[in-house]
Write a protein that binds this ligand. Structure first.
Ligand SMILES: Cc1ncc(COP(=O)(O)O)c(C=O)c1O
Length: 395
């Protein structure tokens, strides 16, 4: 007799990367066109050279191989608190932050602290699939809140969220700038969700993985300045994207002391500490890479502008319903066709690799996601030209 697997884990969807990378492995691309990979959201550039040189020195010190405190190196917690305080015009202290093994780990720990089997969480749809996968594994009910097309992008409605909440609702989860849609929620919308969460004694968990790539220089929201923010707001962040450190696994949680104390228990049990080398990289980044960070932001904003110009020029038969950070969310012209099939055909005909809307939730078959941050500026023009050719084949 073989052992049994946790049925919650068995019932959870497979990592969705498999399907689309399978097309690449199977050589399904058009052999006459080089592949343009607009599927996974990874910065297309290496970490800063001075950061790499710094780490090369750090690893020579045997101390760099040892555990750090559970919640992270004090210097990193200080530097992050200062960064949050200046980024949000707020007074965030190092006691309010915990260092994690990346953004996904920050999310899983925060949700573990907030919700257990049978509890409910409001999950805007389309969602970042790993968020939903955690709920499935934990036996948490993900109550889907549809995001709808609007001039602001794809947005969830606060009144609709209020109607979906019950006395089992432990949290409302938002991502801004959003993955997969790129939509950046306004400070007013975020505040309305904050007020709702507060009124229902739930947490407002906001994943701000892409916060460094907003066009607006003003703070993304004023939630850290609310008098009772520590009882309501939980911010998730990661150094993966800002310093191009996806493999170093270092992220953060900012929250009030009750949640941070719960995180200490979870982290001690789960990972003991985040990788020290990743933490050293993040410290260096926060202390020395302000100019590099600003330059990467400008580069990305320039790419969004290029994408929009290319859409103007080529007028592809795809409607860009929202854009921001690394992503554009496109409504495709093949009405009624499953988005998986549209993405697959786009790859075989034009060698452009995208992710279908269907991997981000139900009701998403009309859309595909373009992670254009992966593409260099030259590739963006070419990608849109190919989208136009493919879109022209729609009836
Ligand atoms: C919204 C969001 N949260 C978290 C993550 C994961 O970040 P990390 O690589 O730091 O775990 C991603 C990565 O794509 C993301 O898009």
């Amino acid at each position: 007799m073989s052992f049994q697997l946790n049925p919650h884990v068995t019932a959870t969807q497979e990592p969705p990367l498999g399907e689309t990378s399978g097309w690449v492995a199977a050589g399904l691309a058009n052999p006459d066109l080089p592949v343009i990979d607009a599927a996974q959201a990874v910065p297309s550039y290496p970490p800063a050279e001075e950061l790499r040189a710094h780490l090369a020195r750090v690893v020579q010190d045997p101390a760099s191989a040892f555990y750090t405190p559970i919640l992270g190196l004090p210097e990193l917690r200080e530097a992050l608190a200062a960064d949050l305080s200046s980024g949000y015009d707020a007074a965030v202290s190092s006691d309010h932050v915990a260092i994690t093994c990346g953004g996904n780990h920050a999310y899983c720990m925060a949700m573990l602290a907030l919700a257990g089997p049978g509890d409910e969480v409001i999950l805007p749809e389309p969602y970042y699939f790993n968020h939903e996968m955690w709920f499935a594994m934990q036996g948490i009910k993900a109550v889907r809140l549809p995001c709808r097309e609007s001039p602001e992008g794809m947005v969830p409605d606060v009144d609709e969220a209020a109607r979906l909440m019950t006395n089992r609702t432990r949290a409302i989860l938002l991502i801004t700038p959003n993955n997969p849609t790129g939509t950046i929620f306004t400070p007013a919308r975020l505040k309305a969700f904050y007020d709702l969460a507060r009124a229902r004694s739930a947490a407002l968990v906001v994943d701000e993985t892409y916060r460094d790539f907003r066009p607006d220089e003003a703070p993304a929201h004023d939630l850290f300045t609310q008098e009772d923010w520590q009882d309501v707001f939980v911010q998730l962040y990661t150094f993966s994207k800002v310093f191009s450190l996806t493999g170093y696994r270092v992220g953060t949680i900012a929250a009030g002391p009750r949640l941070i104390a719960a995180i200490a228990k979870i982290a001690d049990t789960m990972n003991i500490c985040a990788p020290r080398v990743g933490q050293e990289a993040a410290i260096f980044g926060l202390r020395h890479l302000a100019a590099w960070r600003a330059e990467k932001r400008r580069d990305l904003l320039a790419r969004i502008a290029l994408l929009e110009e290319a859409f103007q020029r080529h007028q592809p038969n795809f409607h860009m319903v929202s854009k921001g950070a690394f992503f554009a969310y496109l409504r495709h012209p093949f009405t009624g066709e499953a988005s998986m099939e549209v993405s697959r055909r786009l790859f075989t005909a034009q060698s452009v690799l995208t992710w279908p809307g269907s991997i981000f939730g139900s009701g998403q078959d009309a859309y595909i996601r373009l992670a254009f941050a992966n593409a260099g500026p030259e590739e963006i023009e070419e990608m849109v030209a190919r989208l136009a050719k493919f879109g022209a084949t729609a009836a």
